[in-house]
Design a binder for this molecule. Structure first.
Ligand code: PLP
Length: 405
């Protein structure tokens, strides 16, 4: 009898999401009664705004939502997404160029499944969000890291991209604002990168899930726009997939609603895949998303202001720790300090040499959870989400200040 491995090689090669793993460990410790403060989760602490919840409640009482609906999404939602894409990404698309997905995660997965053949290379600005490598691998693609450290504000340059380009390069991943660094490309940098991609016929997967969360230099200033790469270079639209969703902007992580927007043939291919994979997203979540996108946006602005306040606090407090370098994030809700200055030194009887060991140390000794840089690329960094309440946010960084005093 032939011995077959229990797991397929494809599945054996993927790892559990590191960010979810650290958050689960923190939550398990909290359940044991330990006062752990967790900066691990990438989700707002706010409740979903009431007008959105009301729309979902009404939807649960309407029998038309009890049935299968089109796999690519409700026509009204695809229309609302097309309007949002024009509003925020400056791109005019038809509802037929939209697929509604189970969160932005499924949009990322389907984007790579739709574009990549085995051996196709994807340029991945590094540090990167932990899901991209697995989604690329599952599509048979080859990830090519392009690293930008804290010294360049975690922003890659055209020269770096060009140095990494080969005949097999098919896709550039472009994420602004970035998870995990919070870095935002300026309109000029975005245009330069877009023009380079256009010149070389390289597809772009642009993850815009944090596009509504950007922050001004001054506390009450007008936040900068994270200009979409298709707004900066309109000719790129025919070779770009936009990924987005309601999770981060509307505090709707649990509702599982995202989307992809792109050229009609690509979107048709992705919708075919989804028709076999998961079919339509829950109609209740889709109705809630229609309310979110078409309703008043005051609640979004209120949450953005709260994130901005917390961002200022965490950057100011972490900067007081000798050995941490803290670039000021301009978007999303993460800060990504360079912690190489803390490594190789003894803290409470332990000498961490990697950020993975440092993350273990702060969890053990300060009861603070943060995700180590290894989850996003090279060692030497920590990712802290500041989407948590003002009081625990401050308490946690004060614990770190005491540990590293
Ligand atoms: C950069 C980025 N893209 C996409 C997602 C997917 O979000 P969701 O699947 O919750 O919509 C996340 C979530 O953490 C993210 O950080």
């Amino acid at each position: 009898m032939t011995e077959h491995p229990r797991l397929s090689a494809r599945i054996a090669a993927i790892a559990e999401s590191a960010t979810l793993k650290v958050d689960a460990k923190a939550k398990a410790l909290q359940a044991e009664g330990r006062p752990v403060i967790s900066y691990a989760a990438g989700e707002p602490d706010f409740a979903t705004p009431e007008y959105i919840v009301e729309a979902a409640l009404a939807a649960t009482h309407d029998p038309k939502n009890y049935r299968y609906t089109p796999a690519a999404g409700l026509p009204e939602l695809r229309e609302a997404i097309a309007a949002k894409t024009l509003r925020d990404s400056g791109l005019e698309v038809s509802p037929g160029q939209v697929v509604v997905t189970n969160g932005g995660k499924q949009a990322v997965y389907q984007a790579f499944q739709t574009l990549l053949d085995p051996g196709d290379e994807v340029l991945v600005p590094t540090p990167y969000w932990t899901t991209y490598p697995e989604a690329i691998k599952l599509a048979g693609g080859r990830q090519v890291d392009v690293f930008a450290g804290s010294d360049q504000g975690y922003l890659v340059t055209v020269a770096q991209l060009e140095a990494a380009r080969t005949d097999r390069t098919k896709v550039l991943l472009f994420v602004s604002p970035s998870n995990p660094t919070g870095a935002v490309y300026s309109p000029e940098q975005t245009r330069e990168i877009g023009e380079w991609a256009l010149e070389h016929g390289i597809w772009v997967v642009a993850d815009e899930i944090y596009q509504n969360l950007t922050y001004a230099e001054e506390p009450d200033g007008v936040p900068p726009r994270a200009v979409s790469i298709v707004e900066a270079v309109p000719e790129l639209a025919n070779q770009t997939i936009l990924v987005n969703g309601v999770a981060k902007t509307y505090a709707m992580t649990g509702w599982r609603l995202g989307w992809m927007v792109g050229p009609a043939d690509i979107i048709k291919g992705a919708a075919n895949l989804q028709s076999h994979l998961s079919s339509n997203v829950s109609n209740i979540s889709q109705r809630a998303a229609i309310a979110a996108l078409n309703g008043p946006q005051d609640a979004v602005e209120e949450m953005r202001r709260a994130f901005d306040r917390r961002r200022r606090t965490i950057v100011a407090e972490l900067s007081k720790i000798d050995g941490m370098t803290v670039p000021v994030p301009q978007g999303a809700f993460y800060v990504y300090p360079d912690v190489t200055g803390l490594l190789g030194r003894e803290w409470g009887g332990v000498t961490p040499t990697t950020s993975l060991e440092l993350a273990d140390l702060i969890l053990d000794q300060a009861e603070v959870a943060a995700v180590p840089g290894e989850a996003f690329g090279p060692s030497g960094y920590l990712r802290l989400s500041y989407a948590l309440g003002d009081a625990p946010l401050l308490e946690g960084v004060q614990r770190l200040q005491r540990l590293f005093a």
